[in-house]
Design a protein around this ligand. Structure first.
Ligand SMILES: Nc1ncnc2c1ncn2[C@@H]1O[C@H](COP(=O)(O)OP(=O)(O)O)[C@@H](O)[C@H]1O
Ligand SMILES: [Mg+2]
Length: 294
C-alpha cells in the first residue's frame, strides 16, 4: 500500500463519520464553450435551492470565475499548501455566500507534496466537505493532464458541448484520452452532457445524439443528457457585466433553462441515492493519478 492509498483509507474512514460534499467537475473538450458561465450560474441556482456551494477554479489559463463573480481572492490553494493558510482563509465569499477557491498554481503543486504536507492538506480538505454541500470544479478544457485527471477523479462530470463541429470532436478526444487511463472505471462515473448555445431544443438533442453514439460505439461509455441552454445575448452581456444572469435576471428565460438543469441535477441525486464521495477523496485521487503521469 503506498502513501496515497493509506491516506485514502483514512479519508474513507472519515467519510463515514462526517458529511461529504457532492463534487461536480465541469469540463469540455474545447475552450470557450461556457464552462465558467455554467459553473457560476449553476452555483447561484444551487444556492437558491438552499445548497451551500463552493467553486474551485482549476482552470489556470484565465482567472475567469473571479472575473464573472466580480471578486478578488487574496490567497489560493498554493497558500494553503505552502504558506499554512487555513481552508477558511483561502475561501473568498462571492454573491449569495457562494464560496470561491482559486486553484492558482496549487493544482499543479499537489503532486510534489511530502507526507506531512499531504496529511495536513487532507485534514483541511475534509473540513471543506463539512462546510459545503456541493463543490463545483471548473476544470479548464482539452486534453491537458489536469483536465483528464479531474475527469478521472470526480464521480460526476458535466461535459459542456456546443453546436460548433470542433466542440464535438474535441469532446470525443477528451473522453478518448480519459478512457485510455487505467484509473478510469466507467461504472463509477456519470458523465452528463449539457448542450450550450443551441438555437433550439432539437439542436440540443441532435448534438447529444451525435456525441453519445460515437462515444458509446467506440469507447463503450454511456453518456447522459442533462439538457440544453439556448444561445442568448443576455447570458454573455451579463457575464461581461460581472453579474451572472441567474443573479441579475433570475426570472428571465435564459436563467430558467439553467435552473432546469440545476433541478435535474438535484433530482438525479435523489434518484440514485449514492452518498457523495467528498472533495477530500476526489483531490486525493487526483493527486494519485497525477503522480503516475508526472
Ligand atoms: N448560452 C450562452 N449564450 C450566449 N453566450 C454564452 C452562452 N454560454 C457562454 N456564453 C459566452 O461564451 C463565452 C465563453 O464562455 P466561458 O464560460 O468563458 O467559456 P469557457 O469557460 O468554457 O472557456 C463568454 O463570452 C460567455 O458569455
Ligand atoms: Mg472558463
Amino acid at each position: 500500500m503506498d502513501q496515497a492509498d493509506k491516506l485514502r483509507k483514512q479519508v474513507e474512514l472519515l467519510k463515514e463519520q462526517a458529511p461529504t460534499a457532492r463534487v461536480i467537475a465541469v469540463t469540455s473538450g474545447k475552450g470557450g464553450v461556457g464552462k465558467t458561465t455554467l459553473s457560476v450560474n449553476l452555483a447561484i441556482q444551487f444556492r437558491n435551492q438552499g445548497k451551500r456551494v463552493v467553486i474551485l477554479d482549476a482552470d489556470f489559463g484565465l482567472a475567469n470565475v473571479e472575473v464573472m463573480l466580480g471578486i478578488r481572492p487574496q490567497y489560493n490553494l498554493s497558500d494553503m499548501i505552502y504558506h499554512n493558510k487555513s481552508i477558511e482563509e483561502i475561501i473568498t465569499e462571492g454573491p449569495m455566500g457562494i464560496g470561491f477557491i482559486s486553484g492558482g498554481s496549487g493544482v499543479q503543486d499537489l503532486v510534489n507534496l511530502d507526507k506531512e504536507k499531504l496529511k495536513k492538506l487532507i485534514a483541511k480538505l475534509v473540513k471543506l466537505d463539512s462546510l459545503y454541500d456541493i463543490v463545483i470544479i471548473d476544470t479548464g478544457a482539452g486534453i491537458a493532464d489536469s483536465v483528464i485527471e479531474f475527469v478521472l477523479s470526480s464521480p460526476e462530470v458535466l461535459l459542456v458541448v456546443t453546436p460548433e463541429p470542433t466542440s464535438i470532436t474535441d469532446s470525443y478526444s477528451l473522453l478518448k484520452a480519459v478512457n485510455r487511463k487505467k484509473e478510469f472505471v466507467r461504472e463509477q462515473k456519470s458523465i452528463k452532457v449539457i448542450a450550450n448555445r443551441v438555437s433550439s431544443k432539437e439542436e440540443g438533442q441532435e448534438i447529444y445524439d451525435k456525441i453519445s453514439i460515437v462515444v458509446s460505439k467506440f469507447l463503450n461509455i454511456q453518456l447522459e443528457y442533462l439538457g440544453y441552454i439556448p444561445d442568448d445575448r443576455k447570458i454573455s452581456i451579463a457575464g461581461m457585466e460581472q453579474k451572472p444572469i441567474s443573479l441579475s435576471a433570475p426570472d428571465s428565460q435564459p436563467a430558467s433553462y439553467i435552473k432546469a438543469v440545476c433541478n435535474r441535477l438535484l433530482d438525479i441525486k435523489e434518484e440514485d441515492g449514492n452518498k457523495p464521495q467528498g472533495i477530500a477523496k476526489v483531490l486525493l485521487d487526483f493527486i494519485k493519478s497525477k503522480k503516475k503521469t508526472s
